[in-house]
Write a protein of this length. Sequence first.
Lengths: 156, 156
Amino acid sequence: MRPGPRLRPIGFVRSPFKAPADLPPPAFAPPRFFERAAVGEIEVFPEFAAGLEGLEGFSHIIVIFHFHKARGAKLEVVPPGQTEPRGVFATRSPHRPNPLGLSVLKLLGRDGGVLRVSGLDLIDGTPVLDIKPYTGRDRKSRIRTGWLRAKRRASR
Amino acid sequence: MRPGPRLRPIGFVRSPFKAPADLPPPAFAPPRFFERAAVGEIEVFPEFAAGLEGLEGFSHIIVIFHFHKARGAKLEVVPPGQTEPRGVFATRSPHRPNPLGLSVLKLLGRDGGVLRVSGLDLIDGTPVLDIKPYTGRDRKSRIRTGWLRAKRRASR
């Protein structure tokens, strides 16, 4: 098998959540909890800050980050509040073969290498690997969300 | 600076597009070109196939892949059809500090470790690093798309 790329952080997250336990599992957070409460910053290292030019025109960004607190991958996980195991690729669990996380955040503003964001579901100090603009092609309609939908229905 | 994670492919893409030149830049593709024409497969290596269990209930998946043909990062790029340079993080260019790509694909079906997908904008043999279910939290409304929107307007 070809080896994959070796990555390096381009910056990190400044968040009100200091530890994984501070972060409610998204499925259990009050409605719009993350959108309302979770404001923070992404601080991009000075040597990469020029790469942010023009990003401020976008309302949302995709952040790919390192699940740096995850220890060990699993192929099956039991998501919070569930009893049945699911394949890890059918979940957003941190315990993945490649510890990559992804969040779509609202971009409130940019000041040089610092992005102010809301909708933050990341802990303080999370290493950021990539930032991309969120475009119309990332916005899908008529989606089905498998076990996640079944769970939400059942919990009502 | 902390080093980032070392990644390994979990599978690869089977696509009708054999080389980067076969792929129209998304901004120039005919409307719904990718959705209609670009059907292919993601073949997950047998040792990771159990991680796909339950993914078939989702209509769309997020694929994080290695831009394995990209040689060298740039902080500013001129997107196809543009004249002005943009910060690389304000684009989906492959020439990024960490060569990670992201596509949201429609999941047509799963047969063991093989996912049949449409909306494919990836070339044959692309190494896949992670697969995640696309959920309601990835679907943002009232989006603004900065220079991309300005471009589209100007080209009409």
